[in-house]
Each structure stands twice: as structure tokens, then as C-alpha cells.
Design a protein around this ligand. Sequence first.
Ligand SMILES: NC(=O)c1ccc[n+]([C@@H]2O[C@H](COP(=O)([O-])OP(=O)(O)OC[C@H]3O[C@@H](n4cnc5c(N)ncnc54)[C@H](OP(=O)(O)O)[C@@H]3O)[C@@H](O)[C@H]2O)c1
Length: 355
Amino acid sequence: MDFEVRRDDLHETRVVEGDPPELERGQVLLGVDSFGLTTNNITYALVGESMNYWSFFPAEDGWGRVPMWGFADVVASEADGIEEGARVFGYLPPGTHLVVQPDRPSPSQFVDASPHRAELPAAYNRYARVAGDPNYTEENEDHQMLLWPLYFTSALIDDFLDDEEFFGARAVVISSASSRTSSALAFLLSKRGGAEVIGLTSPGNVEFVESLGVYDKVVPYEEIGSLPKEPAVYVDMAGNAKVRTAVHEHFGDELKHDAVVGTTHREELGGAKGLPGPKPKFFFAPSRLKKRTEDWGGEEVNRRISEPWLPYVEWTRGWLEVAHDSGPEAIERVYLEMLDGKSDPSVGHVLKPGG
Ligand SMILES: NC(=O)c1ccc[n+]([C@@H]2O[C@H](COP(=O)([O-])OP(=O)(O)OC[C@H]3O[C@@H](n4cnc5c(N)ncnc54)[C@H](OP(=O)(O)O)[C@@H]3O)[C@@H](O)[C@H]2O)c1
């Protein structure tokens, strides 16, 4: 089974049934067990054309399979070094099966070397084997699917800000403070210290964000003018043009850097022409990961990024409710809810493709 969406009309969906594909020598058939579905996956669909997200799991002309993060089991293997029954975590289609062509297998991972993925960012082609992952626990699987990719991005931003000595700023202002990527960043920055962490959010989410306890200050979007004018860095998860303008106009020359990370406010995006202060700069997690892998090597990157992971997961247990469901109808329902922006940041959806 494959759940597909029309690339030029993301509200149109269909389910395609078929037999699991036949394997060639060197290939492995993964049976998709579960995946998380968050706003992040919707972004993959929204920028699918410009950033090649449709190329990971090709579908018939005009249709696309939105990439998800989840767990899968090896159900058949024609590849050396990959045994049937192995469980892996990685980038998966919203369907029951995926054929991969493992390369460089090690006890902790392999890379999918399928030719159509060769030019795509390496961060998405790696499959972690749970048996070789010191951070893996079965009881954390839901949290890993829902939070790991977002936490990973936040950990890279945290490292980036530290590396740049906060660009000389005393405060880090984060939009869409209620989003999981933003709250993970606030969690890491609050542990690191060295800068005040300020969250910007919608009026209806102020109470929730305050209850998280990781922001020093939480301010609704309309009240940006109430913040002290001090040297600040803006980490923009919302992509909202009005909010961006308000932040730049308020801080002016005191704004030391604007890192554009997400687009949760996709109805209110816009250009950045004529803004006072620094030019917004896109922060792309896979590019930063590539740089850190060159600096430190893959193992050291994983070690450093994983260090606060378990305390972070423990913290999220206090506020994240996990909702489980299965089958194509549930996938369609949750996907359309997310697409229409009806995402509740305190609920995480874990889906099984099999009914
Ligand atoms: N650059 C990178 O490398 C990278 C890597 C990973 C993720 N990301 C991006 O980070 C962003 C956050 O993802 P997430 O999964 O953490 O989000 P999430 O937890 O699902 O975020 C939910 C929050 O986003 C805001 N929101 C969602 N839909 C909205 C809508 N239609 N209109 C207005 N506000 C809306 C609300 O926040 P507020 O009320 O607080 O505004 C809501 O509470 C995504 O855009 C994702 O693509 C980027």
C-alpha cells in the first residue's frame, strides 16, 4: 500500500495497492512499521519541487509520496551484511514497503545507495540500525519518530549559535515557540545558558509555551514592541513576513543575525526586501550537519548531538501526548489535518501503514 498526494494539489490524495516489489541482488525490502507525522512532513510536501523532496520515493507522474521518519524491519535481504529481521530508523514513504540498496553497512547503520537518491542530501539517506544505536530504547520509539529529526535540527542550531558566540547577542528570539523544533531549541539553549531565550507565539498558545518552562520570556506576536531593545538573534520557525518585519523594525541594528529555519505560518510567508538589520539567512540542517561531519567526523557528531537526547525525551513526557492510529484512512485524516494547519503542538501522531 502507498499513500500518495497530487503534487500540484496537496489536498488530493489516493491509495495505491500492489504486491511488494521483487528484489535484485544487493537490495533489501523494508517493511514499514510506523512513522510520525508532523508539520515538518507537510513542509517536505510544500517545498517538494524546489528542494527535491519528491525525489526520495518516486511515484507515478504528478503524484508524490511525502517522506516520513519512522521504523522499518528488514523483511527480505539480497544484500551482504544486512540480515532479515533487523530493525532500522530512517526516512520512509507513507506506505507498507520500501526497497533500498544498502551501502557501507556497519553495526550502527547503512546508507541507501539507490541511484535516484545519490544527489540528495546525505542526512536523509542514512538508516540507523537499532541494534547498534546506544540511544535506542523500545519505549522511546514514538518519541524518536516524532521528535528526533526536529531535535536534531535544534541541536545543530544550538551548536551553530554557540559556535558563533551568539553573534554577540544577549537574547535569542524564537518564533513559533510552541512548535516542537522551537521548544527543543529552547530546551537546549536553557541548558547551555549564556543568552536569554525569548519565545514568540500566537496568543492562544502563550499559556502552553509558558507551561513548557524552557523560555525565559514568552510574548504574543502582537507584543514584540514590549521586548527590551538589546543585542538579539532571531531564529525564525514561522516564516511569517509580518512577524519578521516587526522583529527587524523593533531591534534594528541590535539584531545580530536572522536564521530562517521553518515556515509553520505558510499562509503568511513573504519576501524580506527593505528590512532593517541583517539579511535573513536560511539555516538548512543537512548543510550544517555536512559541515560538522567534516569538522568532527560522523561518530563525534552523533555523540555530541545525542548527549542531551534522553533528558530531552524525559522532559517531553511531561507535555507530549502520543496519538496512535493505523491504516490509509487514518494517514489521510492526519495528513489533511496537518496540511490545514490544525496541528496541536502538544499532540504527536504516530501511524502504522498496515491496517
Ligand atoms: N531548516 C531545516 O533544516 C528544518 C529542519 C527541521 C524542521 N524544519 C521546520 O521547522 C518547522 C517546525 O516544525 P515542527 O514539526 O516542529 O512544527 P509543529 O510542532 O507541528 O508546530 C506547530 C506550531 O506551528 C504553528 N502553526 C502550525 N500550523 C500553522 C498554521 N497553518 N498557521 C499558523 N501557525 C501554524 C503554531 O505555532 P505558533 O502559534 O507558536 O506560531 C503551532 O503550534 C517546520 O516548518 C519544519 O519544516 C526546518
